[in-house]
Design a protein around this ligand. Structure first.
Ligand SMILES: Cc1cc2nc3c(=O)[nH]c(=O)nc-3n(C[C@H](O)[C@H](O)[C@H](O)COP(=O)(O)OP(=O)(O)OC[C@H]3O[C@@H](n4cnc5c(N)ncnc54)[C@H](O)[C@@H]3O)c2cc1C
Length: 260
């Protein structure tokens, strides 16, 4: 559980549905034994950017467009700040709460998407002296010895030997940036580090779109699947797929297989 909490659930450990925990473990089980043992994060390989450049070259991409309005009748009208397009189908890959704020959502979409919950987490990047190289620490035994929400639960060296470390705490409504930073300093001290230099402001993210255990029991995901294709609209995002890039890609492939 400490690894699952550090990776995904944070202070939700008591209430997150077991289904989400199993899904996370299933993802980890794809790693080989050595990877699981040292928990080292996969790094982007050389050529990754070129792959995306080549893929983009075969598509009509309109980057930097914020969708402000979606209306669906015979066709689907999508408006951004500077443009307007008409489509036959819409695949929505942004978070579903953003969909509710810009689209002509139907009753079932409102009913399902307004039940989505999220939490907040932060990434704090620091240069630290005195810690071992190439580490990936997960704080042990958080179930029996609860820590403040804003205490970093995972720490790893971004590039082996660089002394640049990422710290991963969660946040609640009361968490301040000062609190995040002082918890990092405390954690470094306890690990034997000597000097911490922040590399910038913490990056703060909305994290882990999920439903309550009650909603799961009542078949919310079945309702979500029934919604797919309704009004020629499809949803492919962290909500429908689950957290992680691999799950996102696999869900997108499943949608294509099912509908296109
Ligand atoms: C700090 C952090 C570290 C992570 N590390 C990993 C990792 O190591 N490995 C891993 O597999 N996963 C990791 N994840 C999880 C992974 O990033 C997500 O599961 C995945 O990106 C979800 O994909 P998505 O398409 O649903 O959403 P996103 O990737 O968030 O994409 C949604 C996009 O929609 C855009 N958008 C929102 N509203 C609008 C609008 N109105 N108009 C136009 N565009 C809009 C947003 O700008 C965004 O670009 C990490 C996540 C975070 C936050």
């Amino acid at each position: 559980m400490p690894i699952a909490n550090a990776g995904q659930f944070g202070y939700l450990e008591q209430e997150a549905s077991t289904a989400y925990v199993i899904r996370l473990l299933a993802l980890w089980n794809r790693c080989n034994f050595l990877k699981k043992l040292v928990l080292n994060m996969p790094q982007l390989q050389e050529g990754n950017q070129e792959l995306w450049n080549r893929l983009a070259a075969t598509h009509n991409l309109c980057l930097g467009q914020t969708i402000e309005h979606v209306s669906r009748n015979q066709t689907i009208l999508v408006k951004t700040t500077s443009n307007q397009w008409e489509f036959e189908r819409l695949i929505w890959t942004a978070p579903v709460d953003d969909f509710l704020s810009v689209a002509d959502a139907c009753t079932e979409e409102v009913e399902i998407f307004s039940r989505v919950r999220t939490i907040k987490r932060a990434v704090i990047t620091c240069k630290v002296e005195g810690l071992p190289a190439n580490i990936f620490y997960v704080i042990r035994n958080t179930l029996n010895q609860p820590l403040p929400t804003s205490y970093p639960l995972a720490i790893y060296e971004v590039d082996p030997g660089s002394k640049i470390y990422n710290f991963y705490p969660f946040m609640d409504e009361t968490t301040t940036v000062e609190e995040l930073e002082s918890n990092v300093a405390d954690c470094v001290k306890k690990l034997g580090g000597t000097q911490v230099t922040l590399m910038g402001q913490p990056l703060i993210w909305k994290w882990f779109s999920h439903f309550s255990a009650e909603d799961l029991k009542d078949g919310i995901y079945q309702r979500l699947e029934m919604l797919q294709g309704n009004q020629n609209t499809y949803f492919a995002n962290g909500m429908t797929a689950g957290v992680s890039v691999p799950y996102g890609m696999e869900y997108a492939a499943y949608l294509v297989e099912r509908f296109f």
